[in-house]
Write a protein that binds this ligand. Structure first.
Ligand code: SF4
Length: 360
């Protein structure tokens, strides 16, 4: 760890272990035990090693180390912010959009993020689908030919054994209507040792496989994470990045730019920057949308377009994700006013409709 002490050899799963590792003060224990009794806790050795215990504003600790404020529920917070339950046709499946659906084979994660929108569902007790439940979920995919993309999420699908993951991918790949398999995961950064050659092999498929990596700070990309991502990339997996805009973690132009550039340098194309979903006890992380738009706008033109994510809000009630990023074009009389990312601007007049055939 940055202060010279040794990182733990196992995940820290309760308040007392965090105190023993020097990551929380003993005085905070009573409150943090109450938080840990309510919401799952896990800080992997890889993430604990990155935390500077002398920095009360450490951006890695902010994401994973519980805080007494988690027991305060703000008026607009919802237990199921994007209404997974209302869109669940069979256990383990969430179907919101016509052409894609989620498959949640388990609800365990390597780490438990303090801002997670599924914090009421995820936890180490697993939520693993039984054989029969998994069969029913896969049958649901087989019976819905309009679904072209299967999105494995959870929990974290890379917590499954390579054998189990390979079986699920094999079943989905064999469905003629499934073109894309996407996996949402924290594992390559939070627990990179899990990304073995066997796991990478399990992800090889005839179908297009996208892995959407959740990371929120450049420091999460360690040497071990770099290696894990290379394994995945060599297995033909396309790498995308998603982050949540978080107060105290990536809410300045410098930290956001560093995160996006670091993703790209690790072959991870930034895909989504999420506005925080209002899950219970997460208010301290929220960055207002106006500030998020201004942050992204400050990066436009200065940072390669490859780094540009879609800034999006998942609408409460399961109404889908809407882009909320800065606008550069606005309608004006007879055309569009377009602001330039390097300053200046342009009026793009509407094209004249073509004249009648043979005219002129
Ligand atoms: S890894 Fe994902 S699902 Fe698990 S706690 Fe973090 S945000 Fe939630």
């Amino acid at each position: 760890m940055p202060d010279g002490s040794l990182p733990p050899s196992r995940p820290l799963r309760d308040a007392d272990s965090l105190a023993e590792a020097g990551l929380v003060p003993a005085a905070a224990l009573p409150a943090l035990r109450a938080v840990a009794a309510r919401y799952a806790v896990s800080v992997t050795p890889a993430m604990a090693a990155l935390i500077d215990p002398t920095d009360p504003a450490d951006p890695i600790a902010a994401q994973y180390v519980p805080d007494a404020a988690e027991l305060e529920v703000a008026p607009l917070e919802l237990a199921d912010p994007i209404a997974d339950h209302a869109h669940t046709p069979v256990k383990g499946v969430v179907h919101r959009y016509p052409d894609r659906a989620l498959l949640k084979p388990l609800l365990a994660c390597p780490v438990y993020c303090r801002f997670c929108f599924r914090r009421e569902q995820v936890g180490p007790s697993g939520g693993v689908l039984s054989e029969a439940e998994l069969e029913a979920a896969l049958d649901w995919f087989a019976a819905h030919p309009q679904v072209r993309e299967a999105i494995l999420t959870g929990g974290d699908p890379l917590m499954l054994s390579p054998r189990r993951l390979g079986q699920i991918l094999g079943r989905l790949s064999a469905m003629p209507h499934i073109d894309i398999i996407r996996l949402h995961t924290r594992v390559p950064v939070a627990d990179p040792a899990r990304v073995t050659a066997k796991l990478a092999e399990a992800l090889e498929s005839e179908k297009a496989v996208f892995l959407c990596l959740h990371a929120n700070h450049a420091r999460e990309f360690t040497d071990a994470a770099r290696l894990a991502l290379r394994h995945l990339s060599r297995a033909g997996v396309a790498l995308l990045g998603q982050a949540v805009l978080l107060r105290g973690v990536n809410d300045t132009a410098e930290t956001l730019e560093a995160l996006l550039r670091t993703m790209l340098a690790h072959r991870v194309k930034p895909y989504y920057l999420h506005q925080l979903d209002r899950a219970p006890g997460t208010a301290r992380f929220e960055v207002p949308i106006a500030e998020g738009r201004a942050l992204l706008e400050s990066l436009r033109g200065r940072v390669t377009g490859l780094a540009w994510p879609t800034y999006a809000l998942d609408l409460p009630g399961g109404q889908g994700k809407a882009p909320i990023g800065p606008d550069f074009a606005s309608r004006a009389e007879g055309g569009w006013t377009v602001r330039g990312p390097l300053g200046g601007g342009h009026f793009q007049a509407d094209a004249e409709p073509p004249g009648p055939a043979g005219a002129g």
